[in-house]
Design a protein around this ligand. Structure first.
Ligand code: SF4
Length: 493
């Protein structure tokens, strides 16, 4: 096979199999993919040096977390930035094992690892090693954001090294599988760490209504997950007549009490990350990408894309560690803004609404026979999503009368009212809560096994489909409710 690259680390991957051409579906070039593999290989060499030395210096720990995060999808498209990260990784290794670089008879134990050994391995070994690597990359994103707020965990940091070494040293299913399982276990710890970092720094998120109204005047759109960057931007723009709007992943920021204190954190612009090229088209404002989900910018807004942290794109202005956002601020003042708006809610950790699922579907409501739960990634519209839809209500089954509860990673989904997502550990939230008028629930709509609604559109996983009390025949009940819908609940009966 004459592949120019091989990458299958994300849900966007070509044909659900792997990106192999000159450019990946995400816009990553084959050269960038190659460099990312080299960086991963260098990180494995560094992990071996740590293992040999028996201690993990801060420099090495940061290099590992930062390096793994750099290789995540939609983070860095910049060959120079990735090359710098490889050099940084080698420097961290040399600091631990200074003799390795000049050793006359090298043992090879701390050599960079060649990822082609994984891509060329048999499919079970390739799958297990990929699971470890992909899990570590995701975990590194959590660890990185926690680190930016001054939080880290020794066990988590050491596990990055342990697992990276296993990718090199283990070659059987029996020895790799325990590490795969441990990735999941440690990842939970890492998510808890991030939750602790976010909530201790910015307070416990509260149910929040987020305005989509873009006020007149200069503004900045900020996206990614880095709350610290948002905080610094808010501080530097205070009193300058510039409003700040979140986009995509940054939406949860509105729920944190400490960030709510900034009056110029006005609302959310646009929807989810995958719509950025459409939504930023000719945007009269700069966009600051703090972490992942950067797509190659279109020419119409490329001059107003700013990156920071490990995010990088060739030609985009990068805000360095000094965190001086002056270029972004000046661009905002230069461009001005435009009025536009609508409202969307955001919730965390509670049931907030029952959705009216009364689209005519031609299927009869019956007794509730099952409760199902499912989850899908925001922006997930492909085969992967459809497979998950089938699991709702039972693997491979679509019960005729199931009440479905769905959690979604939907920062700003593309239809249907209130929705949101939480940062870090928190499950997002498209559970709905009882509106006062609903007395009993019964399913009135079935989603096809193909994951599409009756319009042929992917539903995006609507939460709970119910029929209001006055429109159904007493199937199931919810005590204490009135039996009539309040104004504006959307039911007309
Ligand atoms: S990260 Fe990019 S190149 Fe890799 S699988 Fe995803 S879309 Fe393809």
């Amino acid at each position: 096979m004459d592949n120019k690259m091989f990458c299958y680390q994300c849900e966007q991957t070509a044909g659900c199999a792997g990106c192999t051409g000159a450019i990946g579906v995400c816009g990553k070039t084959a050269d960038v993919a190659q460099l990312q593999d080299e960086l991963t290989g260098a990180l494995i060499g560094l992990a071996h040096a740590v293992e040999n030395a028996g201690y993990l210096p801060k420099q090495a720990s940061r290099a590992i977390i930062e390096g793994l995060f750099t290789t995540l999808t939609n983070v860095s498209f910049d060959e120079k930035a990735i090359t710098r990260q490889i050099e940084l990784t080698h420097a961290a290794k040399d600091a631990i094992s200074p003799m390795c670089a000049s050793c006359a008879s090298p043992c090879g134990k701390t050599n960079d690892y060649d990822l082609n050994r994984i891509w060329g391995a048999n499919e079970d070994i390739r799958s297990l090693k990929s699971l470890i690597l992909f899990g570590l990359k995701g975990m590194a994103a959590y660890a990185y954001h926690a680190l930016m707020l001054g939080f880290s965990d020794e066990e988590v940091n050491m596990f990055f090294c342990e697992a990276l070494c296993k990718v090199d040293t283990e070659d059987t299913m029996e020895t790799l599988l325990p590490t795969v399982m441990k990735v999941g276990e440690i990842n939970l710890k890492c998510m808890a760490l991030l939750d602790q970092a976010n909530t201790q720094t910015y307070g416990k998120p509260q149910p929040t209504t987020v305005s989509l109204h873009v006020e007149k005047g200069p503004f900045i759109v900020v996206t990614g997950h880095d709350l610290k960057d948002l905080q610094l931007l808010l501080e530097q723009t205070a009193g300058k007549g510039i409003n700040i709007y979140t986009h995509g992943e940054m939406l949860p920021a509105h729920a944190y009490p400490k960030l709510k204190e900034y009056p110029h954190l006005k609302g959310n612009f646009g929807t989810a990350w995958q719509n950025q090229q459409k939504e930023f088209d000719n945007l009269p404002a700069p966009i600051l990408f703090t972490t992942n989900c950067l797509m190659p910018p279109k020419a119409s807004y490329a001059d107003r894309v700013y990156t920071t942290e490990v995010v990088a794109f060739p030609g985009a202005t990068h805000i360095g560690e000094e965190k001086d956002f002056t270029p972004v601020i000046e661009k905002a003042l230069e461009l001005g803004g435009y009025p536009e708006g609508r409202l969307r809610g955001f919730f965390r950790g509670r049931l907030v609404k029952i959705e009216n699922g009364e689209k005519p579907h031609g299927k009869k409501a019956g007794p509730i026979r099952a409760f199902g739960a499912g989850q899908r990634e925001q922006g997930d519209h492909g085969e992967h999503a459809r497979q998950q839809e089938k699991q709702v209500g039972g693997r491979g089954k679509e019960p005729e009368a199931a009440l479905r509860l769905k959690a979604e990673c939907r920062q700003a989904g593309d239809r249907n009212g209130a929705e949101g997502q939480q940062e870090g550990t928190s499950l997002p939230v498209r559970f709905s809560l009882p509106c006062a008028g609903i007395k009993a629930v019964a399913p009135v709509q079935e989603q096809g096994a193909d994951g599409q609604d009756d319009d042929g559109e992917n539903m995006g996983g609507a939460a709970v489909f119910v029929k209001p009390a006055h429109q159904q025949d007493g199937i199931g009940s919810q005590s204490g409710s009135s039996g009539s819908c309040p104004p504006g609940c959307g039911h007309d009966g």
